[in-house]
Design a protein around this ligand. Structure first.
Ligand code: HEC
Ligand code: HEC
Length: 336
């Protein structure tokens, strides 16, 4: 009996040591995304212009880091809030904690004290100036495989945003994600943006930068479900009910296989005007009348050429049969 007890105490001791060692490692050694690359970015007019395009209409920095007004269809951005952050991605919506987008304007409560290198490191590895790991809702896993030049342009542009003081609340992730998140950042692996003439490769590059898959690929425990790329069904619980992303694979019956390139481009371009940003959207909601998380009004600013390339790439992904019900009333709180 004594021996048994000794062994038991020994095992418990070892397990505890292991846990403590693990925690010390996670808290002192992680995140580890390699050294900060020592860069300064020259703000040329070309870069600022390209950065404005990418930040507002492709990489969607401004979409997540500004206020979206859900009184209007597709949540267009509230003018005067560009970059101020504070958008809440909450537990109620289905996220593993309460995650707030940050103030990325050059204000004291934003990124005024950050060097170009700090901003670049955060966007491409997910490690902030203070050494914290960002939750990958901030799509740094996509930005880390983009073309450096595109990120330089984005930084040149966000430095021109009007500084707005807005102290954003701290993100609180649930256990064990608050620990796991520290292991996600890794050094960036940049690529070269393919030539536009290489339409499919270029489309793949743009769809990655645009994070379409973040919403259109269903996930389980935060990881994309294998074989379900772009097959839809990922759900968000919003005050107006539950909304699921659609299947955008080339399956004829349940995806967008029957859409022509023109139909695809027009589906976006109908939102490329001021009137489309002012469609008042009121309850009651039902399957035929619901608000959408799909940032139509922001993506609408993409060029027809870029949308066409995304379409061309989507034609090449594996068609998946997956019928999605876009809307159901479960979780709706707007009547209360
Ligand atoms: C899908 C939404 C989303 C998109 C798109 C997005 N971000 Fe973020 N970003 C976030 C969230 C949420 C956080 C905070 C994450 C956290 O607290 O762990 C964040 C954090 C950051 C930070 C860290 C700031 C700080 O003070 O710690 C920077 C810088 C940043 N984003 C810049 C950008 C830029 C530039 C782009 C476009 C290239 C971009 N973001 C696109 C959601 C987004
Ligand atoms: C923030 C999440 C989100 C992102 C990011 C997103 N989508 Fe969507 N998308 C949705 C939701 C939700 C719907 C379903 C509701 C609707 O039709 O508006 C949708 C609908 C669509 C539809 C309509 C399909 C149909 O059957 O009517 C297309 C096409 C589409 N998305 C393409 C894209 C492309 C291309 C991108 C990237 C450029 C993208 N989406 C990025 C959430 C998103």
């Amino acid at each position: 009996m004594k021996i048994f007890l000794k062994i038991l105490v020994g095992i418990i001791g070892l397990v505890l040591l292991f846990i403590i060692g693990g925690l010390v490692y996670i808290n002192t050694q992680l995140p580890n995304a390699g050294p900060i690359e020592n860069i300064t970015i020259e703000s040329t007019p070309e870069r600022i212009q390209r950065g404005e395009y990418l930040s507002n209409h492709v990489a969607m920095c401004i979409d997540c880091h500004s206020h979206r007004n859900w009184e209007y269809y597709a949540g267009p951005l509230t003018p005067g809030t560009f970059g101020i952050g504070g958008e809440l991605f909450s537990e109620d919506m289905g996220f593993p904690g309460n995650i707030y987008s940050k103030n990325i304007t050059p204000a004291n409560t934003g990124i005024k004290g950050w060097s170009d290198a700090d901003i670049f490191h955060a966007i491409t590895t997910g490690v902030t100036k203070s050494g914290d790991a960002l939750f990958p809702l901030m799509p740094y896993p996509n930005f880390r495989i983009s073309d450096k030049e595109d990120i330089y342009s984005i930084i040149a542009y966000i430095k021109t945003l009007k500084p707005i003081e807005n102290q954003v609340k701290e993100t609180k992730l649930n256990f064990p994600l608050n620990l796991i998140v520290r292991s996600i950042p890794k050094p960036a692996e940049f690529t070269t943006r393919p030539e536009k003439t290489d339409t499919v490769a270029y489309g793949k590059y743009m769809i990655t930068l645009a994070s379409c898959g973040e919403c259109h690929t269903p996930k389980e425990k935060g990881a994309p479900i294998p074989g379900m790329d772009f097959a839809g069904g990922f759900k968000f619980v919003m005050p107006w009910g539950t909304i699921r992303t659609t299947n955008i694979t080339p399956d004829i019956e349940t995806g967008i296989g029957s859409w022509t390139k023109e139909q695809f481009i027009n589906r976006f371009k109908t939102f490329d005007n001021d009137a489309a940003k002012q469609i008042v959207f009121k309850p009651p909601f039902d399957e035929g009348h619901f608000n959408t998380l799909m940032p139509w009004t922001q993506y609408a600013g993409m060029t027809e050429e870029d949308l066409g390339a995304i379409y061309a790439y989507l034609r090449t992904v594996k068609p998946v049969k997956n019928k999605v019900q876009k809307y159901s009333a479960e979780g709706a709180t707007y009547m209360k």
